[in-house]
Design a protein around this ligand. Structure first.
Ligand SMILES: [Zn+2]
Length: 367
């Protein structure tokens, strides 16, 4: 039965992967009595560190490892330690079709080849131009998300890798941008992937994770904000570092079972103007299942009809604000009023749902 390791002396308490405190980390043990994975466990320094990566979350991230495992309820233990119950019931029902096949990962050395040549990277040039006094913040955010550069005869791409919580590289999207506008180019060869460019594997089995998911364990106390595009996550992270910003890759990708992987944390969705209804329906459903998911109406309220058609998003809004506030230091004047405004637009789903059940079902059936 999967559960937390029982206490049998300091040997059974390990070094926390987040705060590095010795003998303070309780690890999860699998059916066969061996540890599940290095980072899977709970830090005992609940208020000072708060690191928690449960077996349930790990198996949701790694469905191929779930086969043959049974989860126990261990209610007494969960209650006495203030840990939420991690029992899983319908393991078979929640297994995606790719389970058991094993996922492919991009070797770290391939990703490392993209770290550099930022002077040719249109997205980075755009950011430096937009926030000329915030070079350090830009560098630190790029480093945090491991953003890189890839160049070949087809052009120079910005590389956005998605890593899981164990820091394995699940995918690396390549996108070309216009350095002046910061908009993505829309030609046939303007979007690609490292797997394709490096011809890593024909039938690469991608593990589906959020862009930025590897940051969840690093910032266990920050609320989570979800946007659609990687570019948006980066820009929002620069302007509002009080959230962990995740990218969903596409509108349709965001589903309740993927939000479930984020655990009981506070989640705020910032849909693009053309995705408000879809994400609102996902949030309604998520809250019905006990998650805390709220939606910001900022873009829905602000965008004109034309902007809505073009998929105006929070990055566009922040870029506009940055251009308006060309005062030194650039990031400072944006942050407070914008955050106040954004906070006022978040719908609290603990209030009764305003959408009818029919409407929600209709929206849900679309994908
Ligand atoms: Zn810790």
């Amino acid at each position: 039965m999967v559960g937390l390791e029982k206490y049998h002396g300091t040997k059974s308490r390990h070094t926390c992967p987040s705060c590095n405190s010795k003998n303070d980390f309780t690890r999860f043990i699998g059916d066969d009595g061996s540890y599940i994975a290095d980072a899977v466990g709970i830090c005992n320094r609940a208020s000072k560190c708060g690191y928690s990566y449960t077996a349930k979350q790990f198996f949701a991230d790694n469905p191929e490892r779930k086969i043959g495992l049974t989860f126990g309820k261990s209610k007494r233990k969960a209650k006495s330690k203030g840990i939420s119950n991690y029992a899983l019931t319908n393991t078979n029902a929640s297994q995606p079709p790719e389970a058991g096949k094993g996922f492919d990962y991009i070797a770290p050395e391939h990703l490392k080849t993209t770290f550099g040549s930022y002077e040719n990277n249109s997205f980075v040039l755009f950011l430096l131009n937009l926030f000329p006094d915030s070079t350090e913040e830009i560098q630190s955010v790029l480093k945090m998300y491991l953003v890189g550069t890839y160049s070949d005869y087809q052009g120079c791409y910005t590389c956005f890798p998605s890593l899981d919580r164990l820091h394995r590289v699940c995918r690396a999207k390549l996108i070309r941008f216009n350095a002046k506008t910061g908009k993505r180019l829309k030609g046939k060869y303007d979007v690609s992937s490292l797997v394709r460019k490096l011809k890593l594997k024909e039938d690469f089995n991608y593990k589906q994770v959020f862009f930025g998911e590897h940051l969840l364990t690093r910032f266990p106390d920050k609320p989570i904000a979800v946007v659609e595009a990687e570019k948006t996550a980066i820009i929002a992270s620069l302007c509002m570092p009080q959230f962990v910003w995740l990218g969903s890759n596409s509108k349709q990708w965001l589903k309740v079972e993927r939000l479930e992987r984020l655990g009981k944390r506070q989640v705020i969705l910032f849909p693009d103007a053309d995705g408000f209804e879809q994400w609102q329906a996902v949030a309604t459903d998520a809250n019905r299942q006990g998650l805390t998911v709220r939606v910001s109406t900022l873009i829905e309220t602000l965008a004109t009809d034309e902007q809505k058609k073009e998929g105006y998003d929070i990055a566009d809004y922040l870029i506009e604000q940055a251009r308006v506030a060309r005062v030194q230091p650039v990031l400072q004047p944006i942050v407070e009023p914008v955050v106040a405004r954004i906070e006022s637009t978040i719908i609290d789903y603990s209030n009764p749902c305003t959408l009818s059940q029919e409407r929600v079902d209709a929206l849900c059936n679309r994908f």
